[in-house]
Design a protein around this ligand. Structure first.
Ligand SMILES: [Zn+2]
Length: 457
């Protein structure tokens, strides 16, 4: 590794350096300005400041490719969500467009949201765009040109303005237009008719306990939606990405469409790698997310898909509804979504470690792959010379995750993972060379984060 001794580095971080392919024991990452300038093993080069994390793992800062900071209170939600990202080792948040009161449906709204990001974010953020329920296709080119990382559309309607279902003819037109931009389109994949009918029947029969959330959104509701979006993708040439598959079958369907020449991918959220129907029964509203948790056997199949390299990347789908939206005994009355960013790194490490799998998989699926899909690589998602010096320092530990430690707004200090044993804690988070979390305190301030444009198409 070449060294320029006459020009010492600004900062050097010592520890076991984990990349997507390797672990460099007793290694170092040297930083100049905001950028990684050297990576090596053994005696570290001279630097103005040395941070010794010997015995800890130094990973690329996580790139969480799927979250909703602004569904509950609008763009003001960016501040707390990204504070919890800093404490959780997530250095790039890729935020969904379904914001209240204004979803990101054109370049003017996007410019407003970018202003909020630059004022409030504690970590860097890339942004999704979407379209209005009708007449939105014309805004697609402008959103892509303004630097969004991906589009997000839905086959299921939560709200006609904020989170609409896009009908088939509009989806065909939208995908064709998106194909011209070269950006991927992530799709929320649930069949509206099946879910609505099953939910109406359950409610009419008085079946409103937690398990009925799973029973009214069966696997078929997901896979039917997967098939239709990939079929439209094949027809239009768009890169279609399942925003969250709770089923290994979703990844198998994507693979079939790739074999037919389509650009078809799917994303796993961390909850589908560990939570089951028994967990929603235990957690009630706090275990409600869409798609729902599945069976223990399905979790095992999800790991099979991951180990077979069929999963594009792993995200959180962090969707922080206030605790008072998660406490109804009527499961249908609760908001759908989990908090997950601050637990992301400890939980991912733990799930891999419990299976004897390497933390390099975390660098691959929670940083490099998500950065690549969103066109942020190699600036983001890698420990690589020339990349932004975004680092996650993990220290082995044995403790129960405590939701009271969440640094988001007080009403968001709840977690479906409360009490779960974790095998690592986030000892430090580094954003573009600066330590923004020291293991106890968030050192970043609102505005430390920046909007990151998609760089490659
Ligand atoms: Zn989501």
């Amino acid at each position: 590794m070449p060294r320029i001794v006459s020009a010492p580095f600004d900062r050097v971080f010592l520890g076991d350096v984990v990349t997507a392919s390797d672990i460099i024991r007793q290694g170092y990452v040297a930083v100049r300005g905001e950028t990684i300038a050297a990576i090596g093993q053994g005696a570290p080069p001279p630097a103005a400041e040395t941070q010794d994390h010997s015995g800890c793992l130094i990973l690329p800062g996580l790139v969480d490719g799927h979250m909703h900071t602004s569904s509950a209170i609008g763009w003001a939600g960016i501040e707390g969500a990204t504070r919890s990202a800093a404490a959780g080792g997530v250095t790039t948040c890729v935020d969904m467009p379904y914001d209240v009161p204004k979803p990101v449906t054109d370049a003017a709204v996007l410019a407003d949201k970018i202003g909020w990001v630059e004022r409030l974010a504690h970590v860097d953020m890339a942004l999704y765009g979407t379209i209005t329920k009708t007449g939105g296709v014309d805004a697609i080119a402008g959103l892509a040109a303004a630097g969004i990382s991906a589009f997000k559309l839905s086959t299921y309607e939560y709200d006609a303005v904020r989170f609409p279902r896009i009908d088939h003819p509009t989806m065909v037109a939208a995908f064709a237009e998106i194909a011209r931009t070269g950006l991927p389109v992530a799709v929320h994949n649930e069949d509206q008719e099946l879910v609505e009918r099953l939910t109406a029947e359950a409610r009419a029969a008085g079946n409103t306990s937690a398990i009925w959330h799973c029973r009214t959104r069966p696997p078929l509701a997901e896979t039917m939606a997967d098939l239709e979006i990939f079929e439209i993708g094949l027809q239009t040439g768009a890169h279609v990405h399942i925003a969250h598959s709770s089923l290994a079958r979703g990844f198998e369907i994507a693979e079939v469409f790739r074999r037919m020449g389509g650009q078809a991918t799917g994303e796993a959220c961390i909850q589908y790698l560990c939570m089951t129907e028994e967990d929603i029964v235990r957690l009630g509203g706090r275990g409600k997310c869409n798609p729902p948790f599945r069976t223990q056997d399905e979790v095992a199949r999800m790991w099979g898909a991951l180990e077979a390299d069929k999963v594009a990347y792993i995200s959180t789908d962090h969707a922080p509804w206030p605790a008072d939206r998660k406490g109804s005994p009527d499961i249908f009355a609760n908001g759908a979504g989990l908090t997950g960013m601050q637990s992301f790194a400890p939980l991912m490490f733990t799930l891999l470690d419990e299976r004897g799998l390497s933390p390099t998989l975390m660098a691959t699926y929670c940083a490099e792959r998500s950065a690549k899909l969103h066109g942020l690589y190699p600036r983001k998602g890698a420990i690589r010379i020339g990349s932004d010096a975004d680092l996650l320092v993990l220290q082995r530990a044995d403790y129960a995750f405590d939701e009271a430690a969440i640094v988001d707004r007080p009403e968001l200090r709840w977690s479906p993972y409360h009490g779960r044993r974790m095998r690592a804690r986030v000892a430090a988070t580094v954003l573009r060379g600066r330590t923004i979390w020291d293991g106890a305190t968030v050192l970043a301030t609102p505005g430390s984060g920046r909007f990151v444009k998609r760089q490659s198409h």
